[in-house]
Each structure stands twice: as structure tokens, then as C-alpha cells.
Design a binder for this molecule. Structure first.
Ligand code: AMP
Length: 278
């Protein structure tokens, strides 16, 4: 595996590779990231992963400064997963002096995570557009764990005619249901023990949906009620929305995204499930 930290070196290395899948990450890798790398290798024949803690997608009071980092371990894991290229730029390489352009993806970026984290998706879209231009992969791999990010990137790729196929991998979970996240490392043992409540709450919506419930308000209330059973959990939002536009819906048709954000102490966790009538 080649490890490159400049755009010029990355471009030179990429020229020697045919079909390529890219997995953008912020590092501190876990099985969720690695499942995407392995899938990119299997489907494209070669995979690149980027590791970049993108300052542009963090708000002023968020966890940019303490975001977990372990580059030697990440590189070992990427190599084991079969990646051919690791792109590890520093912030000056991605945002040199004078950098000014931002991508605003519009309505899909506004509700839910976009409302809770102003500017977040503009930062995500901008860095993903740059990574796609730098690496020029045939396919780019993202996790369903960040469902609104997927919708934002799909919108951007369509709107800007970026020649890449967006591929979405299932959310990888611990056996107790907690979605893997680099931020899980912030949890104290007591908070970690409470965290499976997020997935349990989402499953209560799935169970209602399976039993025929189609009213979004009822599904939302059930998720709130399940989360409300634990006073240590503070709910940012519970959404029942169209998975493509992120618009809140009143009745679930063939598909809906149930998503939530919860605070456990200082740590903010997100998760979602897709309800599908098929
Ligand atoms: P991050 O490093 O958190 O920015 O995540 C990089 C990519 O990995 C994003 O496309 C995420 O959606 C994806 N990802 C993160 N956690 C998981 C997970 N538990 N399962 C599947 N994909 C994930």
C-alpha cells in the first residue's frame, strides 16, 4: 500500500491504477470503515482510502480538537483490508491559503443533522468534491450510518455531473446493536452500556411498521418514548423522512428513513433505519 500526503503524489500514484474505489474517512478506523474498503477492493479491483479530519465540517464548539486519531493503526488496518492507496493530507494541503469555495447542496442538507450542525454538510460536500476531483475514483463508498450525508452526496454528484458511482454500505453494528463510530471511544463504560438504547428505539419503529403502522407521528412518538425511558439520554431529534430528499413525511409509503441524534453526556451519537414496504 502506498501512503501519500500530497495531491501531486496521490495523482501520480493513481495514474498507475485502473478501476478504483474510494472510501473517504476521518480515520480512527473500525469495522464499518473496513467493510467499505473490502467492498471497494472486491468490486473495483483496487481501493483507496482517505484519512482527513476535515475542519470545515466541524462547528466552533464541536470535537475537532479531540477527535480520536491513530494513524499507524489506521494504516495497518487499511493494508490488511487490501487498500492500494492511503491519502493522508494535512489541512494545509486541502485548504491552502486563499481557499474560498464552498459547496451548498440546498434543501437536502437543511433538516435533521443540517439543522443541528449549521454548515456541517457544506463542509462535507466541499471536501468530498475535492477528494473526488483529486482521486478520480470510478466508485465512491459511503456508509448508511450517515444517511443524510449519503443523500447530500448523491444530490451533489447528480447536480455537478461528477463522474462517479456512489455506493452505500450497510451500517455495521456491535452485537448489542450500537452502530460503530469513531466517537464511541468517547463513551464512559456507563454511557456505553446505555448506548444500545438508540438501536432498540429504532427497532421499536421497525416493529410498528411491520405490524402495519404507517403514520409517521406514531412512529416518531414510539422512538421518543423508547429513548425517554432513560433520563441520561438527551434527544436532539427523531425524524421520519424521505430517504432521498430528507423531507419529513406524514405517512410512510414504500420507504422511509427513521433517524435520530442523541446526546450521552458530551458525546453525540446518530443512527437510523430504513423502513421498506417491499
Ligand atoms: P467517518 O470516518 O466517520 O467520516 O466515516 C467514514 C465513512 O464510513 C462514512 O461514509 C461513514 O458513513 C462510514 N461509516 C462510519 N461508521 C459506519 C458504520 N458503523 N457502518 C458502516 N459505515 C460506516
Amino acid at each position: 500500500m502506498q501512503v501519500l500526503s500530497t495531491i501531486a503524489a496521490l495523482r501520480a500514484a493513481r495514474r498507475g491504477i485502473g478501476t478504483l474505489g474510494l472510501v473517504p474517512t476521518m480515520g480512527f478506523l473500525h469495522r464499518g470503515h473496513l467493510s467499505l474498503v473490502e467492498r471497494a477492493c472486491a468490486e473495483c479491483g483496487a481501493a483507496a482510502a482517505s484519512i482527513f479530519v476535515n475542519p470545515a465540517q466541524f462547528g466552533p464548539h464541536e470535537d475537532l480538537g479531540r477527535y480520536p486519531r491513530d494513524l499507524p493503526r489506521d494504516l495497518r488496518l487499511l493494508e490488511q483490508a487490501g487498500a492500494s492507496l492511503a491519502f493522508v493530507p494535512d489541512a494545509g494541503e486541502i485548504y491552502p491559503p486563499g481557499f474560498a469555495t464552498r459547496i451548498d447542496v440546498g434543501a437536502v442538507a437543511e433538516p435533521l443533522e443540517g439543522a443541528a450542525r449549521p454548515g456541517h454538510f457544506s463542509g462535507v460536500a466541499t471536501v468530498v468534491a475535492k477528494l473526488l476531483n483529486i482521486v478520480q475514483p470510478d466508485r465512491a463508498y459511503f456508509g448508511q450510518k450517515d444517511a443524510q450525508q449519503v443523500a447530500v452526496i448523491r444530490r451533489m454528484v447528480r447536480d455537478l455531473d461528477i463522474p462517479v458511482e456512489v455506493v452505500v454500505g450497510d451500517t455495521v453494528r456491535d452485537p448489542d446493536g450500537l452502530a460503530l463510530s469513531s466517537r464511541n471511544t468517547y463513551l464512559t463504560p456507563g454511557q456505553r452500556a446505555r448506548a444500545p438504547a438508540l438501536h432498540r428505539a429504532l427497532r421499536s419503529a421497525e416493529a410498528l411498521f411491520a405490524a402495519g403502522e404507517r403514520r409517521a407521528a406514531v412512529l416518531r412518538t414510539a422512538v421518543h418514548a423508547a429513548l425517554g425511558a432513560d433520563a441520561e439520554l438527551s434527544v436532539d431529534y427523531v425524524g421520519v423522512s424521505d430517504p432521498d430528499t430528507m423531507e419529513e413525511i406524514e405517512r410512510v409509503g414504500s420507504r422511509a428513513l427513521v433517524s435520530l441524534a442523541v446526546r450521552l453526556g458530551r458525546t453525540r451519537l446518530i443512527d437510523n433505519v430504513v423502513l421498506s414496504a417491499s
